[in-house]
Ligand binder design. Structure first.
Ligand SMILES: Nc1ncnc2c1ncn2[C@@H]1O[C@H](COP(=O)(O)OP(=O)(O)OC[C@H]2O[C@@H]([n+]3cccc(C(=O)O)c3)[C@H](O)[C@@H]2O)[C@@H](O)[C@H]1O
Ligand SMILES: Nc1ncnc2c1ncn2[C@@H]1O[C@H](COP(=O)(O)OP(=O)(O)OP(=O)(O)O)[C@@H](O)[C@H]1O
Ligand SMILES: NC(=O)CC[C@H](N)C(=O)O
Length: 572
């Protein structure tokens, strides 16, 4: 048996674009062949894009995907790539006509063995039971005497099923196709999982992941290979397309990388979260046909961070930043907005709102919160006008803490098509901003965000001297409670038992519960934590359930508290 070279192609498909995705697979196959690979492994459902949601249920889409797969096999052979085994994730059809999530092997101009995903994730952002029929048995691909098992993403997260059946099958490697969305800190979980599967199957594991943004998901790539002991052999870069090469030695033993290969630098969690937000925004803009974005610049930290992210995603010249001062806007806010615009080369404009607000206030006799909301709504009208007239996508700047407690004006600062930091708690907004500025400093560049925007106390500036802390607990405390209630699904009892005072818990829980309707109307934005609002955390808007005061002992299992459905063991 001779050595076998395997390429892992980490590509960025677009959902529904069968032509472009087939071309990306073809290009990856050509690169792999050029590098001497006999097998090239592509991610989960790369041909259709992922997730396709209910597109999978359309007969027309199923037929088009099947036809494109057959055509791709012929095109590869016509291009003298027929010797290569190209393992492609795509949409399949079960014998009863239901759609399946499959890995097809293209070889010699034909579609060869097809493996069907067995474990269908149906928690968090996934609804695969609703869409796909599960596969049953394992598939082993034989290439040059090497035995390669196939698995698709969730198949390695759950014990049992086809992967377990492969134990004792004498595999030389397990090839895993993934569509694994980014979450803060998830990389380490994936590596632990791969180690576990590698040691159980006693063979290396090659894990290839999608990269790119798709609506509210960001696929981070970070493909990798571990040896039979679970130790890392090779890793691809995160948040960009990449291709990895490894070689399985002829006589067995650990996979090796080509001469000169070096593992990429591992980015820390905050740096990764920043990269995820940038990629999520860039791909939403690009894949939906926009070239520019527009947002309001208040001089505050949220709009400053979103502007910096947008400039990193699509270039500062493509970001329209509008300062819309009211009579309550402080001089330093206006100055900070202008300073930010200059630092990142935005298309900067100033549009005072006082005359418009005065006209509405006088006509409608508004004071207090209704008048405050009017200011935010005037700004929303102006941003939508710029979008309608010139075409940029409107960005909403709300963060996860604000979304949690409903601290935004519906149809005001909540307008927009995409909300880049909606899954980022306020304390992390500051951490991301500091990280971005420090990275610029370290690279000898101008930090994009004025330090005063990072350091000043947060204020909506909708009335004289207003500060967020007038209506909300300090963000450090608020975020701690939110992390417990939202991210970890703890109940009132567990929060009290962990030491939060009853008034704070009462206030935060009631604000969060009452704001569900507002969140439902908030724009899409990238999920970057394990529990994002939207597809991850789905609660009824109309509900009379309120957290009870029942005391719960410290140390009780929070995952089963309050009727929250526990996720499968090992699930992220
Ligand atoms: N269950 C439900 N289903 C559907 N609609 C519901 C509803 N409950 C209220 N509503 C509607 O919502 C309206 C109230 O919501 P809304 O108009 O948004 O106004 P509201 O939530 O009362 O006030 C907005 C709050 O956000 C603060 N804010 C505004 C802007 C920016 C920032 C910031 O720092 O970023 C903070 C502002 O200071 C104020 O405290 C009601 O008049 C009603 O029409
Ligand atoms: N004077 C302003 N000019 C332009 N846009 C504004 C102005 N004030 C508020 N906005 C827009 O409304 C959003 C909500 O701002 P607000 O100041 O009310 O609270 P915030 O959540 O603390 O945001 P930020 O930290 O950006 O100030 C801002 O991010 C910005 O996009
Ligand atoms: N596409 C999938 O099956 C993904 C599920 C898996 N738990 C992950 O997030 O990596």
């Amino acid at each position: 048996m001779s050595a076998l070279r395997i390429a892992l192609a980490q590509v960025n498909p677009a959902v529904g674009d069968l032509e472009a995705n087939a071309a990306a697979v073809h290009a990856a196959a050509a690169r792999a062949a050029e590098a001497g690979a006999a097998v090239v492994l592509l991610p989960e459902m790369v041909l259709t894009g992922y997730p396709v949601e209910d597109l999978a249920l359309r007969g027309s889409f199923q037929r088009a995907a099947a036809a494109r797969l057959t055509q791709l096999a012929a095109e590869l052979a016509a291009d003298e790539l027929g010797d290569l085994h190209v393992v492609v994730g795509t949409l399949g059809t079960a014998t009863d006509g239901r759609p399946t999530n499959t890995a097809a092997v293209l070889h010699d101009g034909a579609v060869g063995p097809v493996y069907t995903k067995h474990h269908l994730p149906n928690y968090g952002v996934f609804d695969e039971y609703r869409i796909f029929a599960p596969g049953t048995g394992p598939v082993v691909l034989e290439v040059g005497g090497h035995r390669l098992g196939l698995a698709i993403c969730e198949d390695i997260w759950v014990d049992g099923g086809p992967v377990a059946e492969l134990a004792g099958a004498g595999l030389d490697a397990l090839l895993v196709l993934n569509g694994s969305p980014y979450e803060y800190g998830k990389g380490a979980v994936r590596r632990r999982l791969a180690r576990e599967r590698a040691t159980r199957l006693r063979c290396p594991v090659a894990y290839v992941n999608l990269v790119g943004g798709q609506d509210d998901l960001v696929f981070d790539g970070h493909s990798f290979v571990v040896d039979a002991a679970g130790d890392l052999v090779a890793a691809a870069r995160g948040f960009e397309e990449d291709q990895l090469l490894v070689e399985l030695p002829g006589g067995g033993g650990a996979p090796v990388t080509p001469p000169g290969y070096a593992l990429p630098r591992e980015r820390d969690d905050i740096e990764q979260m920043y990269a995820a937000v940038v990629l999520g925004l860039r791909d939403y803009v690009r894949k939906n046909g926009f070239t520019k974005v527009v947002l309001g610049l208040s001089g505050g930290i949220d709009s400053a961070l979103v502007a910096a992210v947008a400039a990193d995603a699509i270039g500062g010249a493509n970001v329209v930043g509008v300062s819309m001062p009211s009579r309550y806007s402080s001089d330093h806010s206006r100055g900070d907005a202008a300073d930010l615009a200059a630092r990142i080369g935005l298309d900067y404009r100033v549009q005072p709102i006082a005359p418009m607000v005065d006209a509405f206030e006088d006509a409608l006799h508004l004071t207090g919160v209704p008048a405050e909301n009017l200011q935010a709504r005037m700004r929303g009208v102006i941003l939508m006008a710029v979008s309608n007239a010139e075409g940029p996508l409107v960005l909403a700047t709300g963060n996860k803490s604000e979304l949690a407690v409903g601290y935004s004006t519906i149809y005001g600062d909540a307008v927009g098509g995409f909300a880049p930091i909606k899954d980022v708690l306020k304390t992390r907004v500051w951490a991301l901003a500091r990280w971005r500025n420090e990275a610029a400093d370290a690279a000898g560049e101008t930090p994009p965000i004025p330090w005063s925007s990072i350091e000043k106390p947060p204020s909506a500036e909708l009335r004289p001297g207003q500060q967020d802390s007038d209506s909300l607990p300090e963000y450090e405390l608020l975020d701690d409670v939110l992390e417990g209630y939202v991210d970890r699904s703890l109940g009132r009892g567990e929060l009290l038992a962990s030491g939060f005072d009853a008034d704070t818990v009462e206030l935060v829980l009631s604000l969060v519960d009452r704001a569900e309707w507002k969140r439902r109307q908030y724009p899409l934005g990238p999920k970057v934590t394990a529990m994002a609002f939207g597809r991850d955390r789905r609660l009824p808007v109309t509900t009379r359930w309120r957290e009870q005061a029942a005391a719960v002992a410290v140390g009780s299992d929070p995952s089963t508290a309050d009727g929250v459905q526990p996720r499968p063991a090992g699930a992220p």
